[in-house]
Design a protein around this ligand. Structure first.
Ligand code: CTP
Ligand code: CA
Length: 227
């Protein structure tokens, strides 16, 4: 969709979008990371600004993406930093979209100096669980605030991607969950996205394959009707 063809229906609204993949430090030079490019989150931020919203983009590590025009960008590294930035920026926001790929685990200890290979065999890497930021945001939700989560799902022995999406929506308690069906080169590091938009009200909308900007527009449409 051309920016000038977009409705200005988010004018007067403040929204916060997280994007990219967190990096969990292991020592001063190493981290555990993931393949999130940040493209979907950036598209969400850009489209929201084009529709008139005041937008804060909390950006973890991303591909080399230009800052979206007229968007306040807050850069973070680890899940702990992302968490802090989200709690600080969601106050008074009308909508919050957690498009970031947050590490589930971090190294249990952060070495203050570079880990040397010295000894014979390495120790196994001990991990600690990160807090679930989306669940925290839902718990702290202000009246009328719309909260959107993302999930990249594959099918497995216990059910298909949609089944896992429904369970995740219930577990997280958010208003909307965008389910990306992954596998076959879908979702990661590609320009297009497809999947389902699940609402806590029971609505299930298929998201036809299209650009991340188009998907962003469909997501903001769904947010707008809930504001
Ligand atoms: N999320 C979060 N904090 C975490 C992990 C995930 O806020 N520590 C958010 C993501 O930004 C996303 C949603 O939760 O919006 C779903 O993330 P996902 O990784 O699919 O969910 P998990 O509960 O971590 O489940 P899984 O075991 O499938 O990874
Ligand atoms: Ca996860």
């Amino acid at each position: 969709e051309r920016p000038d063809a977009l409705p200005r229906d988010l004018e007067g609204r403040r929204v916060v979008v997280s994007a990219g993949g967190t990096r969990e430090p292991l020592d001063p030079v190493r981290f555990l990371g993931n393949r999130s490019s940040g493209r979907q989150g950036y598209a969400l931020a850009r489209v929201a600004a084009q529709r008139g919203a005041s937008v804060t983009l909390v950006a973890a590590h991303t591909a080399d993406l230009g800052d979206p025009a007229a968007v306040e960008v807050v850069r973070v590294g680890s899940a702990a930093q992302l968490r802090e930035a989200m709690h600080a920026t969601v106050k008074g926001a009308d909508a919050v979209v957690m498009a970031a790929a947050v590490a589930d685990f971090r190294p249990a200890a952060l070495a203050q100096s570079k880990i040397k290979k010295s000894g014979a065999e390495p120790d196994p890497l001990a991990l600690a669980k990160n807090p679930d930021i989306l669940v925290e945001l839902v718990k702290a939700r202000e009246p009328g605030q719309v909260i959107v989560g993302f999930a990249a799902e594959t099918g497995d022995a216990s059910g298909d991607a949609l089944h896992h999406g429904r369970e995740k929506l219930a577990r997280k308690g958010c208003d909307l969950l965008v389910v990306n069906v992954v596998g076959d080169g879908q979702a990661f590091e590609v320009p297009d996205n497809a999947g389902w938009l699940l609402g806590a009200d029971g609505t299930e909308t298929e998201l036809a394959r299209g650009s991340k900007a188009l998907l962003a527009s469909r997501i903001w449409d769904a947010v707008h009707t809930r504001l």
